[in-house]
Design a protein around this ligand. Structure first.
Ligand code: AQP
Length: 368
């Protein structure tokens, strides 16, 4: 096979080539602990393309926070993904810090996980290029998120928007993640990442784990408050569509009370009740109570009483989070330390994978 004839033989004892990458790994002297070595690795992140929403929290971050003991956790803030749409540089910087403080305030403990910025680790974009050469453009054109974003009025349909899922595949494969916890909206991208990994393994020989999606049932897809057929997003244009994690109690109540509901007045899950169904899902995910229990409790209430109770639950849930956030966002020194430590571990692992990938793909090792 081609891969065998072009293999440079590093595995048989050749000295490791000097690269910017492995230089850093050596200087930082990273050694994973025994317990970390034995744990499966998860990797997942959010992009600082706007303020984090309740959808990001319930569909993703809340579930990551309970995985800290069971997995070795890599939580990048995927800032390079945030520039596929028009953006303001100063806003990106502000939102990146906000996202970091919100990760920690949501319970992603930096002592038990590796939190870093995608743009701080050499390897994401390099691997993405190699993977893009194995990805049919037709596969990318089929991605729902691309189609939706490209169809928005005034959208700039740049190559980055199309190649976004390849960069996402690189984010995952660079760390050889075993599992990727995401909301349901990212399932298609993850499937593509699996296909790309398989294609690389078949073309060059076994290199990547095939990552498994991990989609929690509760909150898997939080829908827009104004259009329950569409998911809640950071980039929603109408502020009434999404609850932001930093919304004030007044804003939260106003958004919930004006959320679209359906005809009738019964609070129950039904095909013809997508608006109430979405609010019930949110209520259930926020309070960890079952839908049946909530349906029973609000069987005699109208929508108004139900919505007010949901607003109360959300405000109570977000209050301690917001207090932690306010303390963290003021402490840049602490945030920089978290990023530095996370980057060191991530970079060491990324370098290892990248040098293996280059070798397998037939590149000559960089010389010392
Ligand atoms: N509405 C949602 N319901 C459940 N999960 C969601 N996620 C996002 N929206 C929902 C999950 O949040 C994680 C981080 O998402 P991301 O920032 O990487 O990108 P995204 O999915 O594109 O999020 P947004 O909010 O829709 O951003 P924009 O508007 O900028 O595109 C992911 O695990 C995602 O599944």
């Amino acid at each position: 096979m081609a891969a065998k004839t072009i293999d440079t033989g590093v595995r048989t004892g050749n000295p490791t080539p000097e690269t910017a990458c492995n230089f850093q790994a050596r200087t930082l002297n990273f050694r994973p602990s025994m317990s970390d070595k034995q744990k499966p690795l998860i990797l997942t992140g959010a992009k600082p393309s706007g303020e984090l929403t309740l959808g990001n929290y319930l569909g993703a971050i809340k579930n990551w926070a309970v995985m800290l003991d069971q997995y070795e956790c890599f939580f990048p803030i995927v800032d390079l993904h945030a520039i596929t749409v028009r953006y303001v540089p100063a806003e990106l910087r502000r939102r990146t810090y906000q996202c970091l403080a919100q990760y920690i305030a949501c319970g992603l403990d930096p002592e038990k996980s590796h939190i870093f910025l995608q743009s701080h680790v050499t390897g994401h974009t390099e691997l993405s290029w190699i993977l893009s050469c194995l990805t049919p453009v037709g596969d990318l054109h089929r991605m729902t998120q691309f189609k939706e974003k490209a169809a928005k009025p005034g959208a700039s349909v740049n190559a980055g928007l199309l190649f976004y899922p390849v960069l996402m595949a690189a984010d995952i494969l660079l760390y050889n993640a075993d599992r990727v916890p995401v909301g349901e909206d990212q399932k298609q991208h993850l499937e593509l990442a699996r296909n790309i990994a398989q294609r690389f393994n078949q073309t060059y020989s076994e290199t990547f784990n095939i990552p498994e999606p991990f989609i929690s049932k509760a909150g898997a897809r939080v829908m827009s408050l104004q259009d329950p057929e569409k998911k809640m997003s950071k980039s929603d244009e109408n502020p009434g569509e999404a609850i932001l994690l930093l919304d004030s109690p007044k804003e939260i109540r106003k958004k919930i009370l004006s959320a679209v509901t359906d005809s009738g007045r019964e609070v129950r899950m039904a095909e013809d009740k997508p608006g109430i169904g979405n609010l019930l899902n949110i209520f259930s995910a926020v309070t960890d109570r079952s839908i049946e229990e909530l349906e029973k409790e609000f069987a005699e209430s109208g929508y108004g009483e139900f919505k007010n109770a949901l607003a109360d639950a959300l405000i109570a849930k977000l209050e301690p989070f917001q207090e932690r956030y306010r303390r963290l966002i003021e402490d840049k020194t602490y945030m920089h330390r978290v990023l530095k430590e996370g980057t060191e571990v991530a970079q060491a692992r990324a370098c290892k994978t990248l040098s293996k990938v280059y070798r397998k793909a037939g590149f000559i090792e960089r010389l010392r």
